[in-house]
Design a protein around this ligand. Structure first.
Ligand code: FNR
Length: 358
């Protein structure tokens, strides 16, 4: 059951991503046709801001570690033969390009230890890389330690996915213990904990709460890319919750809402190209994660195709930083930005500043 759900997620996420792309003609790079709130973020062009490419250093710092580049392969999969093979390909691409990588949720391993190899393959093929384990807050502290140990993880991601669980008939219905569970896991594991959403965004209020719980960083994982409401609605005939499709805070809206809330931020969700990476860094993220886009490339073009894509993205990110005058990813946060459209409207009407509500 879990294995077939994991295979379904891959198939439906790739179909969703592919439907949002233009069909490329020979030799062209596919580009997204989706409208995105990222397009409401524009760098103010300064024609004399440029620096020399050799001055750009992509190194960033996440959870106490230096990463070679501010880009990572975000949590997706594991738990079935097919998804183990996918994890192998993702890990090879991460190794060859120096990226950090997360496994998908390791709950399948906790339920059935024979699936261990579908997760350990990430460590086997990226032995010196920054590897993140992934669990939901229902894991006990002891289970969290086992997951981290299995893949010698450098950090543990805990994902929050109330919307996805709600749409799944077999999903969880009890979320009230999650905050205390996060605090207990964080206290029990020996590695930094990064809390993430799965594509519905972390608000500023949520990030303030997470800072109190002792986590090391928050990945806002906003909407605009993979939509797990649509995926779960698409997995069953009677999609009772189809009105939830599109729910959530977009990644740029979440970054704006969650900045200055006491935690370093990571960005993911709907990152289409290197300009969205640069925009996320300019909005304060330390690094930027991609899931469905890289998965689709891996499935269509294999590990070599994904390596080519990541190299192109890093090359173009370096080029954008050169013209913007940013020597480091952190320097991008000093760039002048124009915020327009619906994102401007969101900024002008932010949720109530801080109060005691969750
Ligand atoms: C995911 N995502 C995810 N997240 C998580 O924390 N644990 C998980 O097990 C999974 N599983 C998963 C499977 C598949 C096939 C996809 C595409 C995604 C969510 C992912 O990490 C990310 O937050 C969202 O997908 C948004 O990023 P993209 O896809 O828009 O780049």
């Amino acid at each position: 059951m879990t294995a077939s759900r994991k295979d379904d997620h891959v198939r439906l996420a790739v179909a969703q991503h592919t439907a949002s792309q233009t069909a490329p003609s020979a030799g062209q790079v596919p580009h997204s046709t989706r409208t995105s709130q990222f397009d409401d973020v524009r760098f103010t062009h300064h024609a004399l801001a440029g620096i020399d490419r050799a001055q750009v250093d992509l190194t960033t710092h996440v959870a106490g570690h230096a990463w070679q580049a501010p880009l990572y392969i975000n949590a997706m999969t594991g738990g079935s033969a097919k998804t183990g093979e996918i994890n192998r390909g993702l890990a090879i691409a991460a190794r060859e390009t120096g990226l950090a990588i997360a496994t998908g949720s390791m709950s399948p391993y906790l339920k059935d230890p024979t699936t261990a190899g579908t997760f350990t393959t990430v460590r086997v093929h990226h032995p010196h890389g920054f590897v993140m384990a992934n669990l939901n807050p229902n894991a006990t502290p002891e289970q969290a330690r086992r997951a981290v140990d299995l893949i010698q993880a450098d950090a543990l991601q805990i994902h929050l996915n109330t919307v996805q669980e709600t749409v799944m008939p077999e999903g969880d219905r009890s979320f009230g213990h999650w905050a205390s569970a996060i605090a207990a896991i964080t206290a029990a594991v020996s590695v930094p904990v990064i809390v993430k959403e799965v594509g519905f965004g972390l608000s500023g209020r949520t990030v303030t709460r997470l800072a109190e719980l002792g986590v090391a960083a928050a990945d806002v994982a906003g909407s605009g890319g993979t939509d797990f409401a649509r995926i779960e609605n698409g997995r069953r005939e009677h999609s009772d919750y189809s009105y939830l499709n599109g729910w959530g805070l977009s990644t740029p809206a979440a970054l704006l809402d969650a900045r200055d809330r006491g935690l370093p931020l990571l960005a993911s969700g709907g990152i289409r190209h290197p300009l969205d990476v640069a925009r996320s860094l300019a909005l304060g993220a330390r690094a930027v994660g991609v899931s469905a886009g890289f998965l689709t490339t891996l499935i269509t073009d294999g590990p070599d195709g994904l390596i080519r894509q990541i190299r192109t993205w890093l090359d173009q990110l370096t080029a954008l930083m050169t013209l913007l005058g940013a020597r480091t990813p952190a320097d991008l946060a000093a760039c002048d930005l124009q915020i327009t459209g619906t994102l401007r409207a969101f900024l002008d009407h932010p949720p109530a500043p801080e109060d005691n509500r969750r």
